[in-house]
Design a protein around this ligand. Sequence first.
Ligand code: SF4
Length: 358
Amino acid sequence: MPSRHDAIADAVLAGTPATEQDALAVLQSDDDELLEVVAAAARLRRRHFGNAVKVNYLVNLKSGLCPEDCHYCSQRLGSQADILKYTWLRPDEAVEQAAAGLRGGATRICMVSSGRGPTDRDIDRVAGMVGALKQEHPEVEVCACLGLLKDGQAQRLREAGVDAYNHNLNTAQSHHDHIVTTHTYADRVDTVNRAKDAGLSPCSGLIAGLGESDEQLVEALFALRDLGSDSIPVNFLMPFDGTPLEGTWELTPGRCLRILAMARMVCPDREIRIAGGREMHLRSLQGLALQVANSIFLGDYLTSEGQAAEADLELIRDNGFVVLGADAVAAGARPSSQRPHDPAKRRRGAGTDVPANA
Ligand code: SF4
């Protein structure tokens, strides 16, 4: 007899969308069901995305000093977090940073700036950067993430060659006003719709671990599905010291895995991207998470460092996946240039005066 999670996957594969009860069943599954949950969600992932992982790369064009008060954000108004703060990169600097990501294996560059939303001058500035980047790398996919959009700005970005626009709903409508007061949930929905209407691929996701309930996580996910988000970044809160959510640790690796599996069940054919907090919260379950999600960021995040980019690529290879758009390297095979060094010889613990590794 199939597990209840297999039964949900069977129904989804047969064309019946997951219900809110299905989503809650995945989210609230027991530890001894975890592999069943992953296996069921993995069937949907394989159906729609095979063994490919899309690799994205973030370029933070303008960091910190934001006038908005998003409680989770290290760049917010009044943040005491010790992060890099700088104004707009020059176009050549932006292109250089993006090129590093492309060399590392990314196929999509996410160009991000802090702030409530761009001025028309900012749009011109980003349009110039995108033009320069696409001239050197015509194959690159560009996603812009510049905040709330005003009339005509999405069209300008589209004309400049931007392919997608990211603006996360972040959380459920019923929880939104607990995490930000300087703009509304409706403002966020409006910007995603503006992007969509201009022909930009809508990218909108969430942040888990903001004090939301299980039902609110489900609510957020169904809102993203109904909004038509093509790609759904799933962030796990990194609670920076110096922000209102400092010290908020609600997530476990298993819960993060269930959240991703739930996203896959609810949105089987959308790009589910493991975003900020991957290393910190999934920890040793990152490989299992790739069985469910089909997209990651390479290297660093906006204001925090990720694991080494090479470790990201190794994660993909070791788990039998391939980087979307990259030359095929046999699953699990390691290019000769990336073979590990000899085993490290033990020089500590028994037989030495050096403290043991325990
Ligand atoms: S999430 Fe964006 S709008 Fe909110 S504080 Fe951070 S940079 Fe500003």
